[in-house]
Design a protein around this ligand. Structure first.
Ligand code: SAM
Length: 241
């Protein structure tokens, strides 16, 4: 039996003996690029049924099929943590989505703030980055990347029980609200290159769900701040403890 090294995300349900059809892109990757042949083993996950060892049963240029053999890992859900961030330059936005998926965010929401430069995002491309990150890091869950939404609109419908860790670079000293806070639904909010406007800051400060936090005495780039805040939250309240 060959050793499964390749991990592939599929939409199809996974169960013992389940046949999983491949689309043209997947067939091209497995048989054209990775040169797998009938009988080869690989690992599959779909974000719902854990990770499965499967074998290639049919291999074609534009399609093929795999058969699930056994579950190799149970589904591991991340903590109930959302990442809200203002999209920045393309490569840095891709980086934020990739790292959020690796570090264990459950949902990724790009937000348009007063000083956000981009007015649209390629949601499908960002979702593909989240899938790729999960394939690489051994994750069995893929966070949803939502479409761009205005921060105003999002805050207007914000759930009363979901706290917001607001990375607020205007704070002069570290705050310890996070350490004292109970676990529960949370979101992290990271601003764009220009930070938050005065009205946005005022609105955030007035919300009881918001916990402003300093990430140290240096101003971090938004992508660095996203990684730092996710790390801080995961180590304090998340599944790294
Ligand atoms: N407005 C800032 C300026 O021009 O001086 C820079 C904003 S910073 C590049 C982007 C975002 O990263 C901020 O809005 C904040 O959410 C987060 N951030 C960066 N450094 C931070 C720090 N030391 N503490 C908390 N948040 C920080």
């Amino acid at each position: 039996m060959s050793v499964a090294k390749i991990r592939l995300f599929v939409e199809h349900p996974l169960a013992p003996g389940q046949s999983v059809p491949l689309n043209a892109d997947q067939a091209h990757y497995l048989f054209g690029v990775m040169r797998l042949e009938v009988g080869a083993a690989l690992l599959l996950f779909n974000g719902r049924d854990g990770e499965w060892r499967a074998t290639v049963t049919t291999a074609g240029k534009r399609g093929g099929a795999l058969t699930c053999v056994e579950q190799t890992r149970a589904l591991q859900l991340p903590p109930d943590l959302w990442l809200l961030f203002a999209p920045i330059k393309k490569a840095r936005t891709d980086f934020i989505v990739e790292k959020a998926a690796e570090l264990g965010a459950a949902r990724i929401i790009p937000v348009q703030t007063a000083f956000t430069n981009s007015e649209r995002i390629r949601q499908d491309r960002l979702q593909a980055h989240a899938v790729e990150a999960a394939e690489q890091c051994g994750g069995t869950f893929v966070p949803e990347v939502a479409d761009l939404i205005s921060l105003d609109k999002l805050l207007a419908q914000w759930p009363a029980d979901r706290r917001i860790l607001w990375a607020d670079e205007t704070l002069t000293s570290a705050q310890h609200t996070l350490v004292a806070a109970a676990p529960g639904p949370w979101a992290i909010l990271i601003g764009p290159e220009g930070g938050f406007s005065e009205p946005e800051q005022k609105r955030l400060r007035a919300m009881p769900q918001v916990a402003p936090v300093s990430l140290g005495p240096r101003i971090l780039r938004a992508d660095t701040a996203a990684v730092a805040a996710l790390t801080l939250w995961q180590a304090t309240l998340g599944d790294w403890r």
